[in-house]
Design a protein around this ligand. Structure first.
Ligand SMILES: C[S@@+](CC[C@H](N)C(=O)[O-])C[C@H]1O[C@@H](n2cnc3c(N)ncnc32)[C@H](O)[C@@H]1O
Length: 282
């Protein structure tokens, strides 16, 4: 098992906080496990080549060794903070000696497979890439025959957690700095559209959506959740901690009304879209 390491040209986003993101690791990793469960047998089952696009802190990346203990896995991300956390994530101790795990600091939009892949996977990342569907031909061409592209993207951009974020950012106090940031970062498609796009590229496609009902505990749990994801660009743009607090106070008050605490806790419905495209066997 080679040691986890990060290489490649720096392209930092500087907006991620792995510690905050990992606070909901249990809830966030379940869609990835649901995605993996539907991936068919890989062409080189005994030592598959796998790349994880937007691997974040690597905690879901390493779970792929449970299914493919001899895999050669690379995680790609453009956040130095996330990759630093990833290189500190211990791989499972019981791996075969032929397995490897490394991390590469780069922009997913610029990545092209340098060798044929058995699996290209991406969890909760492609929503940050405008026109990610235009990258599908490049990725599908980088697969072995019968290789698979599998991804999951959040589909909750019309939920109160997002619409209220836009509402506060559009207020006179904030809009000159935040309107551009919160506008137009919805780049995902319906499962049906992904299915048609990937079928056109010669793949057999399984696409679906699921709404998870997360049960969150504590005060302001939805605010705490989005601090790890959708709020990252806003908090980075504001920088001044006092301004950040003011924004969070305004936004948090609206979230409390939209997501009241009930007998089980605070229910946070979260829609996610999945697609698995398997290239034709030659
Ligand atoms: C919500 S996190 C998901 C992390 C991980 N896949 C998981 O499931 O826990 C999104 C990740 O995508 C990365 N990301 C966003 N845009 C990217 C890009 N253009 N290139 C590389 N990574 C990107 C972020 O740095 C972040 O680590």
């Amino acid at each position: 098992m080679s040691k986890a390491q990060a290489t490649g040209p720096a392209k930092p986003s500087g907006t991620w906080d792995p510690h905050q993101y990992l606070r909901y690791a249990h809830n966030r990793s379940r869609p990835f496990q649901d995605l993996l469960a539907r991936i068919p047998r890989l062409p080189h089952h005994h030592q598959p080549r796998i790349t994880d696009l937007g691997c974040g802190p690597g905690n879901v990346t390493i779970t792929m060794f449970d299914r493919w203990p001899t895999a050669r896995i690379t995680g790609i991300d453009n956040s130095e903070e996330m990759l630093k956390a990833a290189t500190e994530t211990a791989p499972p101790p019981s791996l075969e000696s032929t397995a490897s795990l490394d991390f590469d600091l780069r922009d997913v939009a610029e990545w092209t497979p340098s060798e044929p892949h058995d699996l290209i996977v991406s969890n909760a990342t492609l929503q940050w890439l405008p026109h990610h569907d235009q990258l599908f031909p490049r990725w599908i061409n980088g697969l072995h025959p019968a290789g698979t592209l599998a991804f999951q993207v959040p589909g909750n951009f019309t939920a109160p957690s997002h619409s209220l974020l836009h509402e506060v950012a559009a207020r006179p106090r904030w809009r000159h700095r935040l309107a551009d940031i919160t506008r137009g970062y919805v780049h995902i498609h319906t499962p049906g559209r992904y299915l048609e796009q990937l079928t056109t590229l010669g793949c057999t496609v399984d696409a679906w959506e699921t709404t998870y009902v997360h049960v969150l505990q504590g005060d302001d749990p939805v605010l705490d959740w989005v601090k790890g994801t959708a709020l990252r660009p806003v908090l980075s743009a504001l920088e001044d901690p006092r301004e950040q607090d003011e924004f969070l106070t305004e936004y948090g008050a609206l979230l409390r009304d939209a997501y009241p605490r009930g007998p089980a806790g605070t229910l946070f419905p979260f829609r996610r879209v999945f697609a698995i495209a398997t290239r034709a066997n030659a």
